[in-house]
Design a binder for this molecule. Structure first.
Ligand SMILES: NC(=O)c1ccc[n+]([C@@H]2O[C@H](COP(=O)([O-])OP(=O)(O)OC[C@H]3O[C@@H](n4cnc5c(N)ncnc54)[C@H](O)[C@@H]3O)[C@@H](O)[C@H]2O)c1
Length: 440
């Protein structure tokens, strides 16, 4: 009788970190840190913070750095005057509250390549990268090459090639500078407690799980009279190449929790995605329009199945994201709205069957601040932290899901790595202008 092929693939037997080795063989571009690179930061002084990409998150993260740590905001960069102006006003207010000086106009940089001036500045020790995800590998690589510490927002890239470029930059940074990636949930007490208890075996061996991210449609950012290119950059979040699609750009937070809880990345994925309501967005090419929903099954080593559902829909304000893990001894649930809980289905001393134990509050605003404190502490102590590998692994997991849904085929981890998935846009961003910033 013909042997039925098992569902587990070669990748399932790979040690967790082997994806890095496999990945290195498909990476593009080599980065060499110049021997003359000077690591400018003097331990125990307040690090100077430079920000690349001053939109919604850049403004929030920058403000949180100022509020939660002793960093001094010293330089900012963006493509657009209005973004620089609004962010600058917000940063100056936060700095004043901490008794720090306002930003100098000499350190406000505009234009696609002007981030190089920010990175060349001796006033900058730490760089926050909050540009659209497509640019993250380029900005991360340049920041590390300039000897700067980095906080790069998730996702680390939008395609496999970008992930490999980021991985190389991460290797260059190892032991020389700290690099954090913006997965703040890993610093939340509720999430941490739950995942630690899962790792301690409190719900036994995980058999299956559920992950979901439901939110509302997002606002369009273009205005009448803008060129198609500007509209595209403003609406980057709806462009699969610039954002990675909703699963890579936004839903990646729940993907990260599952990888963290299972201490693994998936072996394969299958599923579907659609554009039920999202038919057109100004500036975004029709073939790159992001989806508005996803439904997937991820298979992890040991045939652990995790369902994944997401949408950006007309949910009339309903938003929820969470993860549920079903194990041989119990159940664990982490919800963005909290509380994170673990339920055991076994009677143990002092417990009743089905006890729900609160694993702590979920407070992601605090988690962001705590993450920033940890990064700055690592810089000051010289005990550098490097989260690039984890950031790449989670980004690749999201890309795997996107690839399965958009091809309509089951895709293995190895097939995804070997795909040489590469958006490689040829955007003429110089045409958007640069040089002097027309403000104040
Ligand atoms: N950790 C989280 O929970 C969280 C939440 C929101 C956003 N994010 C991430 O933060 C990043 C930024 O998202 P956002 O919501 O602030 O978007 P946004 O559009 O509000 O801001 C992006 C900014 O980058 C600028 N920009 C565009 N191209 C650039 C380039 N080549 N160089 C420099 N700047 C450029 C834009 O003009 C804009 O000001 C994304 O990676 C996003 O996924 C993370």
């Amino acid at each position: 009788m013909k042997q039925e092929k098992t569902t587990s693939t070669d990748a399932a037997s790979l040690p967790r970190r082997d994806f890095v080795k496999t990945a290195a063989t498909v990476g593009a571009g080599v980065m060499i840190l110049p021997a003359s690179t000077v690591f400018t930061y003097a331990a125990n002084s307040a690090p100077g913070l430079g920000i690349i990409g001053c939109g919604g998150r850049g403004t929030y993260d920058g403000g949180e750095f100022i509020a939660n740590t002793d960093v001094r905001l010293t330089a900012i960069h963006d493509l657009f005057d209005d973004r620089l102006e609004a962010a600058r006003a917000s940063y100056d207010k936060k700095s004043a509250e901490k008794g720090q000086p306002a930003l100098s106009s000499a350190n406000v940089f505009k234009g696609v390549k002007a981030y190089e001036k920010l990175l060349a500045s001796k006033d900058v020790d730490l760089v926050l990268i909050t540009s659209p995800p497509y640019f993250h590998p380029e900005h991360l690589e340049a920041a590390v090459a300039a000897g700067k510490h980095v906080y790069v927002e998730k996702p680390i890239a939008t395609d496999v090639t970008g992930c490999m470029r980021a991985l190389k930059a991460g290797k260059m940074a190892e032991g020389k500078v700290s690099v954090h990636v913006g997965f703040q949930k890993r610093y939340d007490v509720g999430y941490r407690n739950t995942v630690e208890r899962i790792h301690a075996g409190e719900i036994g061996q995980i058999i299956l799980g559920q992950s979901f991210y439901y939110t509302n449609d997002l606002g369009r950012q273009n205005k009448p009279g803008m060129s198609d290119l500007e509209a595209r950059i403003r609406n980057w979040v709806f462009d699969m190449a610039l954002s990675g699609d909703i699963i890579v750009e936004q839903n990646i937070h729940i993907v990260d929790i599952v990888n963290w809880a299972l201490k693994a990345h998936p072996v394969k994925a299958s599923g579907t995605a659609g554009r039920a309501l999202r038919k057109q967005v100004d500036g975004v090419p029709a073939n790159l329009l992001s989806h508005d929903h996803y439904i997937l099954t991820y298979t992890y080593p040991g045939d652990v199945h995790i369902s994944f559902n997401s949408n950006q829909f007309r949910n009339k304000g309903y938003r929820q994201q969470g993860e549920r893990f079903f194990g041989t001894e119990g159940f664990a649930e982490t919800m963005q709205s909290g509380p994170a809980t673990i339920t055991l289905n076994q009677v143990r001393p002092g417990q009743k069957t089905g006890d729900r134990m609160d694993a702590g509050p979920v407070d992601l605003h605090k988690a962001v601040g705590d993450k920033m404190k940890a990064l700055v502490e690592s810089i000051k102590s010289g005990k550098y932290e490097n989260q690039v590998e984890q950031g790449v692994e989670t980004t690749l997991t999201s890309i795997l899901g996107r690839m399965a849904a958009t091809t309509g085929r089951e895709i293995t981890w190895d097939q995804m790595l070997k795909s040489r998935d590469n958006w490689n846009l040829k955007l003429n961003l110089e045409s958007l202008g640069g040089g002097a910033v027309s403000m104040r």
